[in-house]
Design a protein around this ligand. Structure first.
Ligand SMILES: Nc1ncnc2c1ncn2[C@@H]1O[C@H](COP(=O)(O)OP(=O)(O)O)[C@@H](O)[C@H]1O
Ligand SMILES: [Mg+2]
Length: 248
């Protein structure tokens, strides 16, 4: 049974206190939305969870194993994978080769025929089979996002964090990403979706976490969280700030 336990995470960048004691737990194949204003610390939390940065204090356990001091590849091996807000593919490798890399590097399934078969399955699922021999750099922004989702599947993680998967994505690709999330969740994986697109978050997730400048101010069913006064205030405050014109 999937179990992620995040306890009292603090992260400071110099004087900037970005995570102020974040705690939550995931049990089983949950589908969770993580929302919060720009700069709230959502990506930083993701970076701490996947081992890219170390917290100043606090712990993260995945399926009983402590992962907060591990390197990203070790965290991936332990079963947690993430996508990036800005996609990162191997631009001069083909789509298919991009899918081979994580599986080969992990050594989880060293059987190359198996890896090829799995990559072809992933491509078919993402409706990208016709692109398999294209260089990654030739893909559109949306297709790069799909490729990154595909690379994640090659790792077969228990917990998946998607950092802004819908940002800048064409409506047709949006449908594919929706299907991906639902299907991968049905297959028993826990998924955290970070997004500003409330319609998507509300239609997909069954639990919402709200991060507001380093504090987790709400954690519960979307309908409840939506009406939480602290959440409403955090969002209204952010909108006012964004509406202000920058000084010339
Ligand atoms: N490596 C870093 N060094 C210094 N400050 C950072 C770094 N990464 C993020 N920050 C700051 O931390 C805050 C939270 O950023 P981030 O986690 O990207 O927010 P979100 O993803 O919620 O928009 C922002 O003020 C950002 O400028
Ligand atoms: Mg972010």
């Amino acid at each position: 049974m999937i179990n992620l336990v995040v306890t009292n995470l603090h992260k400071r960048f110099g004087g900037l206190h970005v995570l102020k004691g974040v705690s939550f737990e995931i049990n089983g194949p949950e589908l969770i939305g993580l929302i919060g204003p720009n700069g709230a610390g959502k990506t930083t939390l993701t970076n701490v969870l996947d081992g890219a940065i170390k917290p100043n204090s606090g712990t993260v356990y995945l399926n009983g194993e402590r992962i907060d001091q591990l390197q990203p590849y070790q965290v991936a091996l332990a079963g947690l994978g993430r996508t990036f807000q800005v996609t990162r593919s191997f631009r001069r490798m083909t789509v298919l080769e991009n899918l081979y890399v994580p599986a080969l590097a992990m050594g989880r399934e060293p059987d190359r025929a198996y890896i090829h078969g799995k990559a072809m399955e992933v491509l078919e699922f993402l409706t990208m089979d016709h692109l398999r021999n294209e260089f990654a750099q030739a893909l559109s922004g949306g297709q790069q996002k799909l490729l990154e989702l595909g690379r994640l599947l090659m790792l077969n993680p228990d917990v998946i964090i998607l950092d802004e998967p819908f940002a800048g994505v064409h409506p047709r690709l949006m449908e594919i990403i929706y299907d991906y999330i639902r299907r991968v969740n049905d297959e028993g994986k826990a998924i955290i979706i970070i997004s500003h697109q409330m319609d998507s978050i509300f239609s997909l997730s069954r639990r919402l976490l709200v991060l507001n400048y380093g504090d987790l101010i709400a954690d519960g069913p979307p309908e409840e969280v939506k009406n939480d006064p602290a959440v409403i205030e955090a969002y209204l405050g952010a909108e006012e700030g964004e509406d202000e014109e920058a000084p010339a």
